[in-house]
Write a protein that binds this ligand. Structure first.
Ligand SMILES: Cc1cc2nc3c(=O)[nH]c(=O)nc-3n(C[C@H](O)[C@H](O)[C@H](O)COP(=O)(O)O)c2cc1C
Length: 297
C-alpha cells in the first residue's frame, strides 16, 4: 500500500495523463480490464473547459527512443467529460485523478471547483504546461505564475492538488518550491520536452502542430535528474515519470526521491506495461531488500 496525499493506493504505479485510454481499453477488453487494471491510480487525459478538436494530423513521430506527439489536447470539455466519461472512469477499480488545464485563472477556477465537487474524483492534477492567455507566460515555467495560480485554486477544493511540472523551465525545482508554498499537495514530473521533426523529403515540419512533446526512453535521464532535484527541494510527495519502461527504471525514480511513478509512452507499445512495471518493481524490491541499497538523496 502507498499513501499519496491521504489517498490509499494498492501500489505506486500511475499512468501518465493522456497515455492510456481506459474507456477504449474497457471497450476492447471488457470487464477483464477491471480485474487486471494495470495502474494503482488512474489519471485522466487533460480536460479543458471548452471542447477542443486538437491539432491537425500528423500528430505523432517516432524517434529512435520514444516519440514526439502533437496531439493538442483534444477533449470533450468539462461538460462532456462529466456527462460521458466520468461515469465510466468512476467504475475503474482504483482512485481517479482528473487532469485539468485552463487558459486563464477563470477557466481554472471553474474546472477545479466543478471537478473538486465530484465524489468520484480523489485527486486533481493541474497541467500547467500551457500559456496563461492573460500574461503570455507558460504557467508552469515560471515560479510566480505557478504560485498565483495555485493560490487562486487552493481555497476552491479540499481535494489534493497535484501540480504537473514542465521540464521546459529554467529551474523546475524553483517552480516546485513555489507550488509547495502556495498550497500544492504534490508535484508530478516530467511532462514532455519540446521537440520537432522534419518531413524526410520536403524538410517541412512533420507534425501538424509544427512542434510537439518528446517522451519515452529518450527523456528518462533528464526526468531522473529533475525528479532528484525537485525531491530535494520540496517536502511534497513527487510523482516521477519520463521514459519508465521497466521495474528497474521505476526503482531508479523511487531511489531519486519519488513517492509514486507513472508509466506513459511505454503503454502505447505494451498496454499492460503498468502491471508489468509493478510486478518487476515488486520482484526487484524483494531481491534488493536483501542488500538494502540506499537512495541517492
Ligand atoms: C500521446 C501523449 C499524450 C499526452 N497527453 C498528456 C495530457 O493530456 N496531459 C498531460 O499532463 N500530459 C500528457 N502527456 C505527457 C505524459 O503524461 C508524460 O508526462 C510524458 O509523456 C513523460 O512520460 P513518458 O516518457 O513515460 O511518456 C502526453 C504524452 C503523450 C506521449
Amino acid at each position: 500500500m502507498v499513501e499519496l496525499c491521504g489517498v490509499h493506493l494498492r501500489g505506486p504505479v500511475l499512468n501518465g495523463s493522456g497515455t492510456y485510454d481506459a474507456i477504449a481499453a474497457r471497450r476492447v477488453f471488457g470487464d477483464e480490464l477491471l480485474e487486471r487494471f494495470p495502474f494503482d491510480c488512474f489519471v485522466s487525459k487533460t480536460i479543458t473547459l471548452a471542447p477542443r478538436q486538437g491539432n491537425p494530423p500528423p500528430r505523432l513521430w517516432e524517434t529512435p527512443a520514444g516519440l514526439i506527439n502533437s496531439i493538442g489536447l483534444p477533449n470533450k470539455g468539462l461538460a462532456g467529460f462529466l456527462a460521458e466519461d466520468l461515469p465510466m472512469l468512476a467504475e475503474l477499480p482504483v482512485p481517479l485523478c482528473v487532469s485539468v488545464m485552463g487558459f486563464d485563472h477563470g477557466e481554472l477556477r471553474e474546472l477545479v471547483s466543478t471537478v473538486g465537487a465530484r465524489d468520484e474524483v480523489s485527486l486533481i492534477e493541474l497541467n500547467f504546461s500551457c500559456p496563461n492567455v492573460e500574461t503570455g507566460l507558460i504557467m508552469g515555467a515560471d515560479p510566480a505564475e505557478t504560485a498565483r495560480a495555485v493560490e487562486a485554486l487552493r481555497p476552491l477544493t479540499e481535494k489534493p492538488l497535484i501540480v504537473k511540472l514542465t521540464p521546459n523551465a529554467t529551474e523546475p525545482a524553483a517552480v516546485a518550491r513555489a507550488a509547495e508554498a502556495a498550497g500544492a499537495d504534490a508535484v508530478s514530473l516530467i511532462n514532455t520536452l519540446k521537440g520537432m521533426a522534419l518531413h524526410p523529403q520536403t524538410r517541412d515540419p512533420w507534425l501538424g502542430g509544427t512542434t510537439g512533446g518528446v517522451s519515452g526512453p529518450a527523456v528518462r535521464a533528464i526526468a531522473l535528474e529533475q525528479v532528484h532535484s525537485v525531491s530535494k527541494a520540496v517536502q511534497l510527495p513527487v510523482i516521477g515519470m519520463g521514459g519508465i519502461a521497466s521495474g528497474r527504471d521505476a526503482a531508479d525514480f523511487l531511489a531519486a526521491g519519488a513517492t509514486c511513478i507513472a508509466v506513459g509512452t511505454e503503454s502505447f507499445r505494451d498496454p499492460t506495461a503498468g502491471a508489468r512495471v509493478a510486478a518487476e518493481l515488486e520482484a526487484l524490491s524483494r531481491k534488493e531488500r536483501e542488500f538494502s541499497p540506499g537512495g541517492v538523496r
